[in-house]
Every structure is written in C-alpha cells, then in structure tokens.
Design a protein around this ligand. Structure first.
Ligand SMILES: *Cc1c(COP(=O)(O)O)cnc(C)c1O
Length: 354
C-alpha cells in the first residue's frame, strides 16, 4: 500500500526495519545515546547552533504543538493566532483550554494571509507572540513565514510555528526569523514512524516560559533530555525509526533535496490529473511541496474515488469539514517514486474513463 495521506507516511524498508531494533530500558545509557543521536540529527536538518534546543515529546504532532503553545508563553503573554485552516484553529483551541490570553485572526480556509493586516493587528494589540501554521495541510497552502517574520521583528513579537507538515522539506530560516519555537513530528516530511514529535525551541524562549500541564512541560523535557534523561517512558521504537530516517534524509541531501523530490512528484500528480480534467485548488506557487488539494469532478464522489484507489494500492485523503464533498488531497511524502505516481494516474484514468 502507498500512503498519499499527509502522514503517517509509507516507510522505507530501512526505517521499518529499525522499528524492530533491540529492546531498551529508557534509564540505560543505550537509550540516552539514541536520544542524543536523534536530537543532534534534528538540529542538523537546518544546521542549527546550540542556541536551539530540540525537545522530544512522545505523541503525535498535536502533542508537540500543544507542548509549545502551553509552555512557552509566560504569565503575561498575549497571542495573536492566525487561522486559515484546521490547524490554526486547533492552536486557538489550545490557547483557550490553557487560559492563555489570545486573539484569533480568522480567515477562510485556504485564504492567503494578508501580512499588512497582521502587522496592523500586532501594532494595535500589544501581543507577545504570533502563532501560525507554516504549511496548512487543510488546503495545502504554504503560509509566508518570511513576510510574517518581518512584521513580528518590527514589533518585538516572537513566533510560535506549527511546522508539523513542513519541517524537513520546506525552507525555515531559524536565524533570520524571530522564532521562539517550531513544532513538528517524526512521521511527516522526515519519514519516521508515528509516536514521536518534537519542538525546536530557542533556549532563551524556554527560560521565559511557564508550564500549564504536567505532561507537556517543555522546559522539563528539555532539562531532562539535556541531562541524558527523560521524564516519562518514551516511544522507543519511534526513536530508532527517526534516527534511521534522519540518516536517510541527510544522505539524500537534506531538506533542499527533499523539497525538490516532493516538487517533482507533486508536479507529476498535478499534470497527470490535469490531463484527466481534475484541477488543483491552489496554484503551484501558493502550495507547499508536500500536499496539493484537488477539486473532485462533478461526476465523481470522494468515496468512489477513494475506494477505487485503495483497491489499486493507494490511500488518498479527504477534505476536512466543509471541504469534504468538494476536494481531495494527495501528499507526496514518504517512500514514493515516479513509478508509483504513474500507476496512481493510470488508476484514476481508469475510473474517469469508465
Ligand atoms: C498533521 C498535522 C498536525 C498534527 O496532527 P497529529 O495527528 O497530531 O499528528 C498539526 N499541524 C499540521 C499542520 C499537520 O499537518
């Protein structure tokens, strides 16, 4: 089966094999070494200095985002949360649950963020942080971190970035942007297994945060991990898998090479579907390299398309919420190649022509 959903991804044989590595106790030096390997590997993805702390959290991507949103804002923090999809809305819900002062700038799903409007909000509202999703997986839109970063820098505002579906494949300029932290996961662009997520936080930001839960206290995770320890039982097989996946990521040429590979495969999908009369929701230059959303043809409902493709070995992804009946999504993350995409297009063609 080839997974074309936005994570978890189809694993390489090497990464799948790593999941079956030897049993470890998390209080033994072998685990401490493995944890250290993963933390260094994560820092290396964007060539980060010691100023940045990779903090591992066992759980899905949402665990890392919630650890970031709930533990980095201090007592006097005030967040502006920009929402143009499901994941921006989820960060707002986190702020609400944890009683963090915030305002929501709510846009239609898929709408481009107007940076000038964000700058005006920041100017008017005495915000400490801007929370934003880098790649809004709801629609495939890649939000413009650079432009938002300039608006934040000008006003001394720190950024909290959900980069769950972009880390490892899109540009993130950690040093030029006023980023406090970026949250991501093992099982999207890095091609690891589900169960392990992480936050890369500026150490100064960690020092000024405040925990609001016991389990997702980022500073506590960081302190323990710096001391070659861990607060709770970690998802050890997912650590092995991520270590192997990071090796492959680096060997293939890092985030830049991964972006090129995703772009190539995404263009192959888009061209193939266009020839069948199926069009993308957003222009290529508005989309991430990771995932594109397509309009369902009038004569085809999602379930029919999904079930037909599944029978031929592909899992695609539905639209969320109000988009469920009008779009479908195809991600090109994971162990996929040109031949897979050729088979995918042939399979869609079979359905469309019948
Ligand atoms: C996948 C994803 C998440 C987290 O989803 P989980 O199911 O918790 O892994 C968060 N934000 C974005 C942008 C995502 O694509």
């Amino acid at each position: 089966m080839r997974l074309l959903n936005p994570g978890p991804v189809t694993l390489t044989d090497t990464v799948r094999g790593a999941l079956a590595s030897e049993d470890l106790c998390h209080r033994e030096p072998e685990f401490a070494d493995l944890q250290q390997t993963v933390r260094s590997g994560l820092r290396a993805v964007y060539g980060l200095s010691d100023e940045w702390a990779p903090v591992l959290v066992s759980g899905s991507g949402t665990a890392a985002v919630e650890a970031m949103v709930s533990s980095l804002p201090g007592a006097d923090a005030r967040l502006l949360i920009v929402e143009n999809g499901v994941y921006g809305e989820r960060m707002a819900r986190m702020a609400e649950v944890h009683g963090i002062a915030h305002e929501r700038m709510t846009l239609a799903w898929g709408q481009a963020i107007d940076t000038a409007a964000v700058a005006e909000w920041l100017q008017a509202g005495a915000f400490s942080h801007l929370a934003v999703v880098h790649h809004e997986t709801t629609t495939g839109r890649l939000n413009d971190l650079e432009a938002l970063g300039r608006a934040c820098t000008a006003r001394g505002v720190a950024m909290l970035v959900d980069a769950v579906s972009s880390f490892g494949a899109e540009a993130i300029d950690f040093d030029a942007l006023p980023i406090a932290a970026v949250a991501a996961t093992a099982n999207k662009c890095l091609h690891g297994a589900p169960g392990l997520a992480f936050v890369i936080a500026r150490r100064t930001a960690l020092a000024h945060g405040q925990p609001r839960t016991l389990y997702l206290d980022l500073a506590e995770y960081c302190a323990k991990q710096d001391a070659r320890s861990t607060p709770f039982t970690p998802a050890i097989p997912a650590f092995y898998a991520l270590a192997a996946a990071l090796d492959e990521h680096a060997a293939e040429g890092g985030w830049f090479a991964r972006r090129n590979r995703y772009r190539r495969l995404a263009a192959q999908v888009a061209d193939g579907l266009a020839a069948l009369g199926i069009t993308a929701v957003l222009d290529a230059d508005q989309s991430s390299c990771v995932l594109r959303a397509y309009r369902l043809p009038a004569a085809l409902d999602y379930a029919t398309l999904h079930d037909h493709l599944k029978q031929t070995g592909f899992v695609i992804y539905a639209g969320q919420g109000g988009l469920a009946d009008s779009i479908f999504r195809i991600s090109t993350m994971g162990a996929l190649d040109e031949a897979d995409i050729q088979r995918l297009i042939a399979s869609v063609a079979c359905l469309v022509h019948n």
